[in-house]
Design a protein around this ligand. Structure first.
Ligand code: SAM
Ligand code: SF4
Length: 330
């Protein structure tokens, strides 16, 4: 599948639920209204859509959320999608998780064919962790990460850089990831969904600033590791670990975008930072065959926009898009 700008679409991210056991301050409002079950695709329907994308050339699938591992029976979906790894139609099946349920699912993920997991973790301080997630328990997440490591999964830690909250911990996170053998990626906070007041402006820490600060304590060697995604990587010479920066605000990454995003209601977003979307649920439910679904996917890809227009400054404190990150899963 090629979009109008010549970009090949080989990566589908699927938010399998909008629900979550945390309420991270940059991601959700404290008081969220979640979708009624009737609007949400069943696991069988999710499998059908994902498989249609694989048939159209998608090589990488990531399940995300909300928190994907809180969805009931989610391992059934991982296991069934794993069949595409066995046939060679799919290169990678992976997950982005907050880690809270990883301890009980790590082994099953590995058995389903998952080899790498992204775990979001913004701090190693239990009190700060509870404040950022509004009620999460750090020790549970650390136990989940340990279980994933024991199960032989490669781990990448995703850390949202938050001004005045975890800026003072970046060195500690780099050292910890280096020692544990985890990759680490810092993410700029993105203006998605209403989270109350001017919070976003207060949270925003430009990664260009962070990177120049880091360069004072660490030797950051440029490497040309690319995942086709937004992250730009360096190698931290002192730890040997890989460090990525996702900088939608200070450096726009859209020219190499290879992905689209499906929500748990079957809405396809062609760009994380735009409102335009295509409904795949209606064609999916209209017939048992996949012709209408495939036609709807192809039509959607033909209008993938060139890029996003994220801005955060004093004049732009409103979200660039109204949905929260948990709708599309980042
Ligand atoms: N619950 C899972 C987790 O936290 O990893 C998966 C979904 S979460 C929405 C995916 C990623 O988006 C997490 O790494 C989270 O930190 C990040 N995220 C959420 N809201 C964000 C925002 N407004 N700006 C930047 N990153 C955000
Ligand atoms: Fe939940 Fe992930 Fe959003 Fe945090 S970032 S509230 S863990 S979906």
């Amino acid at each position: 599948m090629r979009d109008p700008f010549g970009r090949e679409i080989t990566y589908l991210r699927v938010s399998v639920t909008d629900r979550c056991d945390f309420r991270c301050v940059y991601c959700m409002a404290e008081d969220m209204t979640f979708l009624p079950k009737s609007e949400i695709l069943s696991l069988e329907e999710l499998d059908r859509v994902c498989s249609a994308f694989v048939g159209l050339g998608v090589r990488k699938l990531r399940l995300t959320g909300g928190e994907p591992l809180v969805r009931r029976d989610i391992m059934t979906l991982f296991r069934s999608l794993g069949r595409h790894l066995k046939t060679g139609a799919l290169d990678e099946l992976t997950v982005t998780t907050n880690g809270s349920q990883l301890a009980r699912h790590a082994e099953a993920l590995r058995e389903a064919g998952v080899r790498r997991v992204n775990v979001s973790l913004d701090t190693l301080d239990p009190a700060k962790f509870a404040a950022i997630t509004r009620w999460g328990k750090l020790e549970k997440v650390l136990a989940g990460i340990e279980a994933a490591k024991q199960a032989g999964l490669q781990i990448k830690i995703n850390t949202v850089a938050l001004k005045g909250v975890n800026e003072d911990e970046v060195d500690r996170l780099i050292a910890w990831c280096g020692a544990e053998g985890f990759d680490l990626t810092f993410i700029e906070v993105m203006p998605m969904g209403e989270i109350g007041g001017d919070a976003r402006l207060d949270q925003y820490l430009p990664l260009s600033l962070l990177r120049s600060r880091l360069a004072k304590s660490w030797t950051l060697d440029e490497i040309d590791h690319r995942t086709g995604g937004p992250a730009r990587y360096v190698r931290v010479r002192e730890t040997g670990g890989r460090l990525g920066f996702i900088t939608p605000l200070t450096h726009n990454f859209c020219e190499s975008c290879n992905r689209v995003r499906l929500t748990c209601t079957g809405t396809l977003y062609m760009c994380l930072g735009q409102e335009d979307a295509a409904d795949l649920r209606a064609p999916l439910r209209r017939s048992e065959g996949d012709e209408a679904l495939i036609a709807a996917i192809q039509e959607a890809i033909s209008r993938k926009p060139k890029g996003h227009d994220f801005i955060i400054d004093r004049r732009h404190t409103r979200p660039a898009v109204s949905r929260h990150m948990s709708v599309t899963g980042g």
